[in-house]
Structures are given as structure tokens and as C-alpha cells.
Ligand binder design. Sequence first.
Ligand SMILES: NC(=O)c1ccc[n+]([C@@H]2O[C@H](COP(=O)([O-])OP(=O)(O)OC[C@H]3O[C@@H](n4cnc5c(N)ncnc54)[C@H](O)[C@@H]3O)[C@@H](O)[C@H]2O)c1
Length: 196
Amino acid sequence: MRGRGLVCRDPVYGFAKYIVPLLIQMEVSLTMADRHGELSGRVAIVTGGAAGIGAAACDALAERGAAVTVADVAEEINEVADRIKSSGGAAQAVTTDVSDQGQVEGMVQRTVDEFGRLDFLLNVAAVSGPIVNVWLADPQAWGQAASVDLFGTFMPTRAALPHMLKQGSGRVLTLTSGLGYIPTPRPAPTARRRPE
Ligand SMILES: NC(=O)c1ccc[n+]([C@@H]2O[C@H](COP(=O)([O-])OP(=O)(O)OC[C@H]3O[C@@H](n4cnc5c(N)ncnc54)[C@H](O)[C@@H]3O)[C@@H](O)[C@H]2O)c1
């Protein structure tokens, strides 16, 4: 999965570049002004922003004028943030393990301190975990994946919502997997975080 880095030009990366703006428009219910590229003054956090869909989401948001916090455990966050800044956008890279409550709360606070508000949270960080038959799955490995895919979605959302509630606006978008809708004896933790 980590092969889908920001320098990768494989079909999945192309898919992400196409689908993320569409997801943002459809699921986040942007205003008409936003659809025409006016996200200036808006602030976004993208977890899993170092690679793949998350990195493409950072680019898509920044292209529309939003300031972006690129949050991930991978050091490629710096490349994503530098690319945005060199294009004239606003971004900061914040090393964050989404399963760590203290790191997540610190990252959200740094976002508000740096950019003044918080409008969008995109939960993209994930690990695929052990995709094997349930009776063969290693409990410890499954638990570690769940701590990223489940708690790693809950914690950023929990930390972001007070700021959004205080503002009176905000959007949270969580990526999941189509596997969440397909019965299988090999359930992966990422498929369990079905957005409601
Ligand atoms: N790529 C696809 O075709 C596809 C299809 C359906 C669903 N999805 C879902 O989209 C999401 C992202 O997919 P992707 O292909 O971009 O994955 P990816 O592996 O390319 O990127 C995931 C990112 O999450 C980061 N990450 C992992 N553990 C972390 C942690 N503890 N804290 C912070 N960051 C962490 C990784 O470093 C990586 O940058 C996943 O939830 C995946 O299930 C992807």
C-alpha cells in the first residue's frame, strides 16, 4: 500500500487525483462558490496526507485555495507541504500518529494556532491490516490495524469537532473501503470504519 507515494504515477494515484475533488464536492456539500475554486480562507486537515489518496486530497484542497495541515507518520509529509507552498499555497506538515490521542490533539491545535480555524477534516490514514480468514488472523496485528483505522478515525474527529462546533460550521469526510459492504470471511479493519 505504501507504494502509492506522492511521486508515484500509477493508475491508483490518477484515480485519486480524479476522485478526491469529486468526493469533496459531493460529500462535503460545498457551496457553489467553493465549486468554482474558491476555498481561500478555509482550512483543512488531511490524515494520511503523505501518500496516495491523502496526498492527492492535499493537492486538490490547496489548488482551490485552502490551507492544509498534512498529517501522517511518514516523512513524505514534508514533500507534500513543500510542494503546496512552492505553488503559492499554505500548508504545514505535522508528524502525527492518528492512533495517539496526544499527537492528534496537538496536531489539531497546531492547525488552529497556525491557520486560525478548521473547516475540513479528511480521515484518510489507514493500514490494510491482516486480510486473512478470521480464524487465521493474528489478534495483535488486527488490534494494531484497528487502532489506526478505527480509533485513528475517531480521535481526529473527536479533536476537530469542538473547533467546528464553536465556529458553527465544518465538514468531516472519512474514507472507507468497498469491502465494508461486501460480506467476506476476511474482514479488514479498514473496511469496518463505515461512514454513517
Ligand atoms: N487506493 C484505493 O484504491 C482505495 C480504494 C478504496 C478505499 N481506499 C481507502 O482509502 C484510504 C487510503 O488509501 P491509499 O491507497 O491512499 O493508502 P496509502 O497506503 O497510500 O496511504 C495511507 C497513508 O496513511 C498513513 N498512515 C498509516 N498509519 C498511520 C498512522 N498511524 N498515523 C498517521 N498516518 C498513518 C501512511 O503513512 C500513508 O501515507 C484507506 O482507508 C483505504 O482503505 C483506497
